[in-house]
Design a protein around this ligand. Structure first.
Ligand SMILES: Cc1ncc(COP(=O)(O)O)c(C=O)c1O
Length: 495
């Protein structure tokens, strides 16, 4: 039986080649130009026709056979599988195209949620050695990656860990987190009070889904954390901004709002207010708890980088003062280790924690069990504790270097107070300078800093820059801040 005529349109850029050839054959079958029962060329013939190595065609046929498109009959040849239902379209062969996304309205899909905040454009630094001072993230070069890899390898040998697990998280890690929170944050809790999440982002999302109903009012800091706001908005929250100053969120303004209208949740970063780094004063902590207790409002406390507090003792979290069970406490390893490890947690009253665990299970089944088990080991043998103590020293050195470089290059143009902790500095910018234009000009010179507009609800401008100093060494900080100074002239609004 002669084989069918096959004219293949093989995507030249597709790699590996056997995949492209297999795809081209599938397209021929789908279009009905190769029909069920047709004999297709031998691997030798097709190799000659395509100018390919025979092994390439053998690999393509093996792939097609495994997918059920073709069958080989010993001594007879290779055939298009009998029961296929090709889609005859006629016409000339056309190259494979990526499927087009249909018009969401016409297809009945919803459009992307418009509630998500419009992100002000992020200026990405160009040049030879880009320096990123626009985040408050740690230096990935200092991560104890060999120790993490060893711990991960060790737990992977236990294949039992690769099965289904507890949606609340690996018990050993929950125990380690609860122990750390009890010892270092005076939060009375056990493993049963902790839900391990993929970073604090998932923790905030779960709180939002469990607590917020569409249309609920949620109070946020007027300068704040956009990813957290987005999670709240996705749950249907209407965000009400309350001003922040050098003592954190203005609790008198909050009390006035709570007197006036019904609010479901208050989202705050009391320890190092994001992005201003202000620590919520003791009197405001008490006032915040009292107002929320009086009006039966839950508090979402984001304690994202409490590990990096220098000089004085860290300030106790709201959760440690909460006798009514209204504080939902969120933490993360993103600042301690790396954001890519996606590990965080939420501590909440047990019935609510059970609801969040149930929601997590519906959306995500469970976390990364081997990673959670590896991290538990790293807590237990104090690898994480040692790393935090080392990084605290290094961050402090870097902060000193950043302050020295700012004083050398930019005194007169920016003012700042040195915060009690955190991983960034919040700069007040000379009113004659436009921070957005300055950040854009700095990016063109190879350094990224975050203008104040990044942290407002509607992206309106603010006379500030935020400068994260932890992810670069002192030499890089000096270079980055010198570049920032060199870009200053482009930011002048008046002479
Ligand atoms: C205010 C705040 N919360 C939480 C986080 C950490 O987020 P995640 O744990 O999702 O990486 C950050 C990190 O940038 C932050 O700035």
């Amino acid at each position: 039986m002669p084989h069918a005529t096959v004219v293949l349109v093989v995507e030249p850029e597709s790699k590996p080649r056997f995949v492209a050839i297999a795809r081209a054959l599938i397209e021929e079958i789908r279009r009905g130009r190769l029909r069920p029962g047709d004999r297709i060329p031998s691997t030798r013939e097709l190799a000659a026709q395509q100018g390919a190595h025979r092994n390439t065609i053998v690999a393509a046929y093996r792939d097609l056979a495994a997918q059920g498109w073709i069958t080989t009959s010993q001594g007879k040849g290779t055939f298009v599988t009998g029961q296929l239902d090709p889609v005859p379209t006629g016409g000339r062969a056309r190259p494979l195209r990526k499927p087009k996304l249909g018009d969401p309205h016409r297809m009945g899909f919803s459009t992307p949620p418009t509630v998500l905040s419009a992100m002000p454009p992020r200026a990405v630094p160009g040049g030879r050695k880009p320096i990123f001072l626009d985040s408050g993230l740690p230096d990935p070069r200092l991560l104890p990656s060999a120790l993490i890899a060893r711990a991960y390898r060790r737990v992977l040998r236990n294949t039992g860990l690769l099965g289904d697990g507890d949606a609340q998280g690996w018990l050993g890690l929950r125990e380690a987190i609860a122990g750390t929170l009890a010892a270092q944050r005076a939060i009375p809790c056990t493993a049963d009070d902790v839900l391990v999440t993929r970073g604090s982002q998932q923790a905030i999302d779960l709180v939002a889904r469990a607590v917020v109903r569409p249309g609920d009012a949620v109070v946020v800091e007027a300068l704040g954390y956009r990813p957290g706001w987005d999670a709240l908005r996705l749950a249907g929250a209407e965000l009400i901004p309350i001003p922040v100053d050098g003592d954190g969120i203005d609790t008198a303004a909050l009390a006035r709002v709570l007197e006036r209208r019904s609010v479901r949740l208050v989202y705050v970063t009391p320890h190092h207010q994001f992005p201003t780094l202000a620590t919520l004063s003791a009197s405001r902590r008490v006032a915040l708890l009292a107002s929320c207790r009086k009006h039966r409002v839950a508090i979402l406390e984001d304690d994202y980088d409490h590990e990096f507090h220098y000089g004085t003792h860290p300030v106790a979290p709201l959760r440690s003062l909460d006798v009514d069970g209204i504080v939902l406490y969120v933490g993360t390893l993103s600042k301690v280790l790396a954001p890519g490890l996606r590990t965080g947690w939420v501590v909440a009253p047990r019935p609510l924690l059970a609801t969040m665990t149930r929601i997590r299970s519906a959306a995500d089944r469970q976390g990364d069990r081997p990673l959670e088990a590896a991290l538990a080991g790293l807590f237990d043998d104090d690898t994480i504790g040692r790393h935090i103590r080392r990084m605290r020293r290094i961050h402090l050195e870097r902060r000193t270097a950043a302050v020295a470089a700012l004083t050398k290059h930019l005194s007169g143009s920016v003012r700042f107070t040195i915060p009690q902790g955190g991983m960034a500095l919040w700069l007040d910018v000379d009113p004659a300078l436009d921070p957005d234009a300055w950040a854009a000009a700095a990016a063109a010179r190879g350094v990224a800093v975050a203008p104040g507009s990044r942290f407002t609800l509607d992206g309106t401008a603010r006379p500030n820059l935020r400068l994260g100093y932890c992810s670069h060494d002192p030499g890089e900080l000096e270079l980055g801040i010198a570049r920032l100074a060199a870009a200053r002239s482009m930011a002048r609004t008046r002479m």
